[in-house]
Design a protein around this ligand. Sequence first.
Ligand code: GTP
Length: 235
Amino acid sequence: MIKRVLVKFSGEALAGKNGYGIDTQILNYIANEIKELFDNDIEVGVVVGGGNIIRGVSAAADGIIKRTSGDYMGMLATVINGVAIQEALEHLNVDVRLQTAIEMKEIGESFIIRKAIRHLEKGRIVVFAGGTGNPYFTTDTAATLRASEIGADMIIKATKVDGIYDKDPAKFDDAIKLSEISYDQALTEHIKVMDDTSIALAKDNSLPIIVCDMFKKGNLLAIIKGDMSLCSVVK
Ligand code: GTP
């Protein structure tokens, strides 16, 4: 029985066709997909990236901006997205609390794990923003960390692809989807959908990672009900 999950989706997904910023139609779509879990008595934590606004690594690419500063800029971007997803969920009458890993009290509660768990138990969705609060960690790692901390049964990485392939399906017609792979295989093959740090952390905590297509309506709920056809599992 799945009781609690952490859903991670990328900032880029929010950008829609523009390639930047927040497409409110997509924001609303994502909020509805998350609400479906909530309506089925699943406790949900949410982590969103910030790539639709700025990616730390890219910002620092030419050496003018330091990597650490670039990463902090990226963390701030996830807070902008966190505020947006909080609003979109509240628009659907879902109880939601935004917690930030970097203190900014006027915008959201500070991240306090015991409080986050209490919110989940009381039937509130918790949006975790600000990454891990530290540079050099991706939002995938932040998602895996939060999933481990809240004792989630799984982390659902909602992406543009319906799973993990042996090679890039956009480039190779003969790419084969891997329905299930081990953490060790994911680490040795450096699969592109999740960075090594987050996979290693998931392995340490025996946390299954589900990589799934977020643009197939109803897919998140299908996964909870055991239909893994539009995803791959790392465990
Ligand atoms: P309970 O204590 O379980 O009743 O939880 P609650 O979240 O409803 O109570 P609380 O009084 O802590 O919060 C009321 C509202 O204020 C919620 O929307 C919280 O997200 C928000 N809130 C609480 N603490 C902070 C904070 O430090 N900063 C910001 N910006 N909002 C906060």
